[in-house]
Each structure stands twice: as C-alpha cells, then as structure tokens.
Design a protein around this ligand. Structure first.
Ligand code: FES
Length: 153
C-alpha cells in the first residue's frame, strides 16, 4: 500500500473508512451484469467493475481488484454513490468527479462539494497529480462498463 496524501482530517477519516471497510466488494454473474476491467498503467493495479442495469437504473454494482488506499477508497465511494442511480445521473456524477480531479477550473465551492457528498473527501487528491489516476481508475472502468452494456429498450 502506498502512502496516503495528506488530506484534511475529516476527509482522511472518510477515505480510510472506505478503504478499511470497502462497500460492494465481489462479483455479479455476467450476463446479466456487465463487466469491465481497468488498470492503472503507472502501477499495474487492476480493478473489475460489475454493473447490473435494469431499465435506466444501476440496480447493483460490485467491484474486485487491488490497489492503493486511494484507488480502493475511491472505488468503494463510487459504488455506494451510483447504486440505485439512473444512468444519466451516474454519467453526470462521473463527469463532475473527473472534473474535480483534473480541471483547474473545477467548481470546488462549498455547494459543489456538498452535492458530491462523501466523494468530496477525495478533492484533495487533485493536488497530487500522480494519484489522480488512482482516484479515477474505478470511475473510468465504470464508464467503460456502461459504454459496453447492450442498450436496453
Ligand atoms: Fe496503484 Fe494507486 S498506486 S492504483
């Protein structure tokens, strides 16, 4: 496990909680679930995301794989945040999270962070460019799973 960047105390607590007690670990049968595999080219860590889509809702999501504390915490937070969300809301959340991680113009106002809920705890990662790929790994893999999923009519 690589060292955790110096996040503020509250945020650090939230991130460590997700790292120690990851939500939604495991697999889902494929089909009907869609699986995507992602890896961080900087370290070789890997993650698999399974999503069960019902209509336009993510009914269930599970994750397997290994990685550093930031990647594991981020994947746990992502899974908790998108379970039960519509596909459209999920894609919006992915976009907002990636903006928070990568854009210098990201909206990091209190309101914007509040809307992200626990996920805002990862906002400090954006100051550590080498860790951004850790934090976005699960989110990119989720996007891949959604893109690969057969369209439901
Ligand atoms: Fe591998 Fe973070 S060091 S995912």
């Amino acid at each position: 496990m690589t060292q955790m960047p110096p996040l503020n105390d509250l945020y650090r607590e939230i991130v460590m909680d997700h790292y120690r007690t990851p939500r939604n670990r495991g697999e889902l049968p494929t089909p009907p679930a869609q699986r995507a595999d992602g890896h961080n080219p900087l370290c070789g860590d890997e993650i698999s995301v399974y999503v069960l889509i019902n209509g336009d809702v993510i009914e269930d999501i599970k994750l397997t794989g290994h990685g550093c504390s930031i990647s594991q915490a981020s994947s746990s937070m992502m899974s908790a945040a998108v379970k039960g969300r519509s596909l459209e809301q999920t894609r919006e959340l992915v976009a907002r999270f990636k903006e928070l991680m990568t854009s210098e113009t990201a909206d990091s106002s209190d309101q914007a962070l509040r809307e992200l809920g626990e996920i805002a705890a990862l906002s400090g990662v954006s100051k550590f460019p080498v860790r951004i790929k850790c934090a976005t790994l699960a989110w990119n893999t989720l996007t891949q799973a959604l893109d690969d999923a057969p369209q439901q009519g």
